[in-house]
Design a protein around this ligand. Structure first.
Ligand code: NAP
Length: 253
C-alpha cells in the first residue's frame, strides 16, 4: 500500500473507530477521523497525523459537506459509526430509540457510502462495514439492534452483488462482545451498573484494538481478495448465547 492512501473512519471519536484509525495510521494510511464530537476527532487526528472531520451520519447536509470537504482520493471507507439503544422486549420497546438506531446504523451508513462510492471505485478501494454478531440471530431485547445490524449487513451484501463488475470490495466485520468505554453505557442510558453487567465475569472480552486489527488486515490485502464476512468474538463467547462467566472466582466454574 502506498503511504499516501486515504482512509475514512466514521465513529472515530471512541472505541473501535478510534482504535481502527490508530491501526490504519500505523500502516501508513492518511486517516480522516470522522464523528460528531469535534474535540475527540481533533485530538485523535493530531495524535496520528490524520485529518479531523465533524460528521453526523444521520444528517444529510452534514454528510454532503463532509464529502465535499474530502479530497478526490479515498481508498478505504470504514463504516463504524453506530450504536445500540435499549434492550427492552418488543412489547415495551422505545420505537424512537429504534428510529435512531436505524437512522445511524443503516440509513446513515448507507448515506456516507453513497457519497463516497464513486471515489472508492475510482481508487479500486474497499468498504468495511462494522456490523455485529447481533445481525446473525435475534436475542431477547435485541430486536431493534439486531434488526438494524442485520439491515446494515444486507446493504453490504447487496452492494457486493451489485458491484461485482466494479473494482471495489465490500467487507462485513461482525464483532461479538467488545468491551469499549461507551457502547454499553450508551445502550443503557448511562447506567454504569447495567453496562458493567454485560461483561461481568468474562475473563477477556474483545477490546477495540482486536477489532481494529481485523480491519487493518483486510485493508492490507491485495485488491482481488474479498473477505466477505469476518466474525470475531472473545474465546469466552462461543456463540451469542454461550458466554463463559466466572462470577465467583472462588468457585469452580
Ligand atoms: P462507541 O465507542 O460507542 O462508538 C460509536 C461511535 O459512533 C462513536 O465514535 C460515535 O461518535 C459514533 N457515532 C454515533 N452516532 C453517530 C452519528 N450520528 N454520526 C457520526 N458518528 C456517530 O462503540 P463501539 O463499541 O466502538 O462500536 C462501534 C461500532 O461497532 C458500532 O457500529 C457498533 O454497533 C459495533 N459493534 C460494537 C460491539 C461492542 O460490543 N462494543 C459489538 C459489535 C459491533 P460521536 O458520538 O462523537 O458521534
Amino acid at each position: 500500500m502506498s503511504s499516501t492512501r486515504t482512509a475514512v473512519v466514521t465513529g472515530a471519536s471512541s472505541g473501535i473507530g478510534a482504535a481502527t484509525a490508530r491501526a490504519l495510521a500505523g500502516d501508513g494510511w492518511t486517516v480522516v477521523c470522522a464523528a460528531r464530537r469535534q474535540d475527540r476527532v481533533e485530538a485523535l487526528a493530531a495524535e496520528i497525523g490524520g485529518v479531523p472531520a465533524v460528521l453526523d451520519v444521520t444528517d444529510r447536509a452534514s454528510v454532503q459537506a463532509f464529502a465535499a470537504g474530502l479530497g478526490e482520493e479515498v481508498s478505504l471507507l470504514v463504516n463504524n459509526a453506530g450504536m445500540a439503544l435499549g434492550q427492552e422486549p418488543v412489547a415495551e420497546a422505545d420505537l424512537d430509540a429504534w428510529e435512531r438506531m436505524y437512522a445511524t446504523n443503516v440509513i446513515g451508513t448507507t448515506r456516507v457510502t453513497q457519497a463516497l462510492l464513486p471515489r472508492l471505485i475510482k481508487a479500486e478501494g474497499k468498504i468495511v462495514f462494522i456490523t455485529s454478531t447481533a445481525a446473525d440471530t435475534a436475542y431477547e431485547g435485541g430486536a431493534g439492534y439486531c434488526g438494524a445490524k442485520a439491515a446494515e449487513r444486507m446493504v453490504a451484501g447487496a452492494m457486493r452483488l451489485e458491484l461485482v463488475d466494479q473494482p471495489v470490495t465490500i467487507h462485513d466485520v461482525a464483532p461479538g462482545m467488545v468491551r469499549t468505554d461507551e457502547f454499553a453505557l450508551n445502550r443503557y442510558a448511562g447506567d454504569a451498573d447495567r453496562a458493567g453487567a454485560v461483561y461481568a465475569g468474562v475473563a477477556e472480552p474483545l477490546v477495540a484494538e482486536d477489532v481494529a486489527e481485523t480491519v487493518r488486515w483486510i485493508a492490507s490485502l491485495p485488491r482481488h481478495v474479498d473477505v466477505d464476512r469476518l466474525t470475531v468474538r472473545p474465546r469466552a463467547q462461543a456463540a451469542q448465547h454461550k458466554v463463559h462467566r466466572v462470577l465467583d472466582p472462588g468457585r469452580p466454574s
